[in-house]
Design a protein around this ligand. Structure first.
Ligand SMILES: Nc1nc2c(c(=O)[nH]1)N[C@H]1C(S)=C(S)[C@@H](COP(=O)(O)O)O[C@H]1N2
Ligand SMILES: [Mo]
Length: 504
C-alpha cells in the first residue's frame, strides 16, 4: 500500500489504491448506505470510511497470513486480490488516466514480492536441520523459533521499506500541496490587483442582529459538502475549461482567459439540499468571478440543450437548467475568488460554479473542468443517479439561532433571533410563535440582496415552564413555508424550525 501511495504521490494523488478504492466505495454505495453514512457520521464520513478500509486491510492481512502458514498460495491470492481491486478502482474512476494504473500496479508487484519473500524466509527457517530451528511451537506447523525470528526480521524489513515509501509519499504529496498553495497565493494576488467591473456593496451592520450568525461566513466556517476523498489538485496555471456539446463552437478557456473577462463580485448565500430543518449547511460569501451567461452565448447554445452538465476534475457531475444559467438577472458565476482570496482548495480551487437560487448539487460544481450543453433526457448526473431530483430550486426556509434549544431562560420578554432565505426572490416576512399561540411578526434586518439570507429578531412574552418556539418565513412571491415536515431527499426539507426552552 505504501509503495502504491508513493507512486501516486509522484503522479496523481487520487490514484493511490487506498484512496481509489475508497472513492469507488463512495461511488458504488447504494443510496440507503450513503444516506445512513451522512446521517450517522455527517461530515466526518470521509475519515470514517478510510479508517474502516484500513481496519479491513489489517484484518484481511492477518487472515491471509494465518491461511498461508503452510503454502504461499492463500497469501499470494490475498495480495493479488487486493492488487486487482486497486487496479479496478483506478480503471473505473472517471477522473483517472491509464498512466495512473502505475500506482496500484506498484502496490501489487511490491505486495507480491514482500509476501513471497516473507513466506520463503519462514519456510527456509522451518526446513533447516534440527538444532538450527526446531519446531518448538508444538503445533506441527513447521515454523520454529528461528523461523519466527527470520519472519520477524523479514517483516521488520518490510515495515522499514513501507515506512520509507510512506515517508516518500508524504514528501511527494507535500510538494504537490505546496505547488497548489503557491498557485493559490499567486491567484489571490492577481485578484487583488484586478479591476472589478462590478463590486458588491459593503454589507451594512444593520444586516445582522446580536445573536445571529455573521452575515458573511468566514471561509474556514463555510459549510463543506462533496464526495471527494482526495481534493483534486489543479494549479491555476494548468487549469482549463472545455465548453462543448450542443454549441456552435467549442471553447477552451485558461485562467488568463477568465481573468481577461469582466470580473464581478457578488454576495450569495449557498444552500445544500441535504440541510435538515434547523441545520447549518447554508453559508454566505462574497464571490468574485465571471458571468456564465455571456460566456455560453459566445459558444452559441443550441436552444434544445436544456441541461448544462458540469464536470469536476474528480469526475463528479451536476446538471443545471440552461435557462437558469442564461438568465442574465440570475447572475450565474464561474467563481474564482471567495471573501477576498482565491477559492480555498476544499471549496473548488481554482474555479467553481455558483448559481443563486439552486441547491449546490445541481449547480455549484467545484474543481470545474468541463461544461457540456446537453439535455436532461440525454444525460444523467451524479446525484440524480442516486435518487435525488433532476431539478432543485432552493426552498424558502428559516432557522432559529437563539435562544438555543433546551436553554433555560429568565422570566419576562425573550428575544428570538435567526436567519431566513429564499434565493433568488428574497424574504419579506418572518413570524414566530410560542406553544402554537398567535404568530408575532419579526423585525427584519436590512436586505443585502435577494440572493442572500436575511436575519430577523422578535420578542415573545413567556411565563414559567417549558415552551416550544416556532418560526416560519414568507418570500417575495408571497409563499409562506409549509408546516409539513419532509426529509431532504429528493429535493430539500420542509417544515418549521422549532426549539424547546424552559423559563425558570
Ligand atoms: N466536485 C464537486 N462539486 C460539488 C460537490 C461534490 O461532491 N463534488 N458537492 C456539491 C454540493 S452537494 C454542494 S451543497 C456544494 C457545497 O459547496 P461547498 O463545499 O463549497 O460549501 O458543492 C457542490 N459541488
Ligand atoms: Mo449539497
Amino acid at each position: 500500500m505504501a509503495a502504491g501511495h508513493l507512486v501516486a504521490g509522484l503522479l496523481t494523488p487520487a490514484s493511490s489504491p487506498f484512496v481509489a478504492v475508497g472513492d469507488t466505495v463512495v461511488r458504488l454505495s447504494p443510496q440507503p448506505v450513503v444516506e445512513f453514512a451522512k446521517a450517522a457520521f455527517g461530515t466526518a464520513d470521509k475519515p470514517v470510511l478510510l479508517a474502516g478500509i484500513a481496519v479491513l486491510l489489517v484484518l484481511g492481512g492477518a487472515a491471509a497470513g494465518l491461511a498461508a502458514r503452510r503454502r504461499p498460495g492463500p497469501g499470494t491470492a490475498a495480495v493479488a486480490l487486493l492488487g486487482v481491486l486497486g487496479l479496478a478502482a483506478v480503471l473505473s474512476s472517471p477522473a483517472l488516466r491509464p498512466v495512473d494504473l502505475a500506482a496500484p500496479l506498484a502496490a501489487l508487484l511490491v505486495g507480491l514480492a514482500v509476501q513471497r519473500g516473507l513466506h520463503r524466509a519462514a519456510r527456509a527457517a522451518a526446513a533447516s536441520p534440527p538444532g538450527a530451528g526446531r519446531d518448538g511451537n508444538g503445533d506441527g506447523s513447521g515454523v520454529g523459533r528461528v523461523g519466527r525470528r527470520s519472519v520477524l526480521v523479514g517483516s521488520s524489513a518490510a515495515v522499514a521499506l513501507a515506512s520509507l515509501a510512506a515517508g516518500g509519499a508524504g514528501v511527494a504529496l507535500a510538494a504537490s500541496g505546496r505547488g497548489i498553495a503557491d498557485s493559490r497565493t499567486v491567484l489571490t494576488r492577481r485578484l487583488a490587483a484586478a479591476a472589478l467591473a462590478e463590486t458588491a456593496p459593503p454589507v451594512p451592520a444593520s444586516a445582522s442582529f446580536p445573536g445571529t450568525v455573521p452575515f458573511v461566513t468566514a471561509n474556514a466556517d463555510f459549510y463543506r459538502i462533496d464526495v471527494a476523498l482526495q481534493i483534486p489538485a489543479v494549479r491555476a496555471e494548468d487549469w482549463t475549461l472545455r465548453v462543448h456539446g450542443r454549441v456552435d463552437r467549442e471553447l477552451t478557456l485558461t485562467m488568463d482567459d477568465l481573468l481577461a473577462r469582466p470580473l464581478v463580485e457578488r454576495t450569495i448565500t449557498m444552500t445544500c439540499v441535504s440541510n435538515t430543518v434547523g441545520g447549518d449547511l447554508v453559508s454566505t460569501a462574497r464571490f468574485v468571478g465571471v458571468e456564465l451567461a455571456p460566456l455560453l452565448r459566445e459558444a452559441g447554445v443550441d436552444p434544445a440543450a436544456d441541461q448544462l452538465l458540469s464536470t469536476s476534475r474528480d469526475g463528479w457531475t451536476a446538471g443545471t437548467p440552461t435557462a437558469t444559467v442564461l438568465d442574465a438577472g440570475r447572475g450565474a458565476l464561474l467563481a474564482i475568488g471567495m471573501n477576498s482570496e482565491a477559492l480555498p482548495v476544499e471549496h473548488g480551487f481554482p474555479v467553481r460554479m455558483v448559481v443563486p437560487g439552486l441547491y449546490g448539487y445541481v449547480s455549484a460544481t467545484k474543481w470545474l473542468s468541463e461544461l457540456e450543453l446537453t439535455t436532461f433526457a440525454e444525460q444523467s448526473v451524479y446525484w440524480r443517479d442516486r435518487g435525488w431530483a433532476e431539478r432543485a430550486p432552493i426552498k424558502t426556509q428559516c432557522r432559529i439561532d437563539g435562544p438555543a434549544g433546551f436553554a433555560t431562560l429568565p422570566q419576562g420578554r425573550v428575544e428570538v433571533v435567526g436567519t431566513a432565505w429564499a434565493q433568488p426572490v428574497g424574504i419579506t416576512a418572518v413570524e414566530v410563535r410560542a406553544d402554537g399561540g398567535p404568530w408575532v411578526r419579526a423585525e427584519l434586518a436590512t436586505e443585502v440582496n435577494t440572493n442572500t439570507w436575511r436575519m430577523w429578531r422578535a420578542e415573545l412574552d413567556l411565563g414559567p415552564g417549558s415552551h416550544v418556539l416556532e418560526a416560519r418565513a414568507t418570500d417575495r412571491r408571497g409563499l409562506t413555508q409549509t408546516e409539513q415536515r419532509v426529509d431532504p431527499i429528493p429535493d430539500g426539507a420542509t417544515g418549521w424550525p422549532s426549539v424547546l426552552v424552559s423559563v425558570a
